[in-house]
Design a protein around this ligand. Structure first.
Ligand SMILES: O=P(O)(O)OC[C@H]1O[C@H](OP(=O)(O)OP(=O)(O)O)[C@H](O)[C@@H]1O
Ligand SMILES: O=c1cc[nH]c(=O)[nH]1
Ligand SMILES: [Mg+2]
Length: 208
């Protein structure tokens, strides 16, 4: 598995704003979408293209376009939903799958409550999105599910990750490509990322 950590100042700047506890729900949502788009720009640099013939005012020419139908964005609900439009702004014709998981507050184990993927999935480039990679339990369960349904080319994008989550995901799925906006220090006793940004789902949807 390859892990890429974002170094672009625009991404790092927006992640800093995201962390502030007085960032409003509205602002938080916008930032998550913008960061997803900027990270997507980096993560999709090897996206498949196909050649088409276009007629310019001067002449006919063969030029590349994105094979958009071949991409699937798969948010892990709920918080991953906040990143979807950022990726769709780059590849509007991408398909969207959904994986519903919540972390048990006591055991921190992921529980699945919804799954729907584009069919067929085996030839698609899949980009799983979730702003937080903490213990890695949710990410591992999501990739397990995608592979069980035939997904093979998998990228995973998280805005903030803990070292524990990166290690666990690398161990469980060494074949995927991971893109991390910022690697934080550690998990606390409640398996929250420190310094982190709190509960991403609650901050995106204004719950709690
Ligand atoms: O790496 P892990 O330890 O599994 O933690 C990360 C997961 O926790 C959060 O979801 P949460 O369970 O809070 O659900 P929500 O998005 O509905 O708030 C987050 O969005 C990840 O999916
Ligand atoms: O810090 C964390 C850990 C898991 N989920 C979150 O939303 N935040
Ligand atoms: Mg949450």
């Amino acid at each position: 598995m390859s892990v890429s950590y974002m170094t672009h100042p625009l991404i790092r700047h927006k992640i800093t704003l995201l962390r502030k506890e007085d960032t409003s729900t509205n602002e938080f949502r916008k930032l998550v979408e913008e960061i997803a788009m900027l990270m997507g720009y980096e993560a999709l640099s090897d996206l498949e293209t196909q050649d088409i013939t276009v007629k310019t005012p001067i002449e006919e020419s063969v030029q590349p376009v994105i094979s958009g139908k071949k991409l699937a964005v798969v948010p892990i609900l709920r918080a991953g939903l906040g990143m979807v439009n950022g990726i769709l702004a780059l590849v509007p014709s991408a398909r969207v799958g959904h994986i519903g998981l919540y972390r048990d507050p006591k055991t921190h184990e992921p529980h699945e409550y919804y799954c729907k993927l584009p069919d067929p999935i085996d030839q698609r480039q899949i980009v799983v999105v979730d702003p937080m990679l903490a213990t890695g339990g949710s990410a591992i369960a999501a990739v397990d599910f995608i592979k069980k349904h035939g997904g093979q080319k998998i990228k995973f994008m998280s805005i903030i990750a803990a070292p524990e989550g990166v290690d666990a995901l690398m161990k469980a799925h060494p074949d995927i490509q991971l893109y991390v906006g910022c690697l934080d220090r550690e998990l606390n006793e409640n398996a929250y990322i420190c310094p982190g940004l709190g509960d991403a789902g609650d901050r995106i949807f204004g719950t709690k």
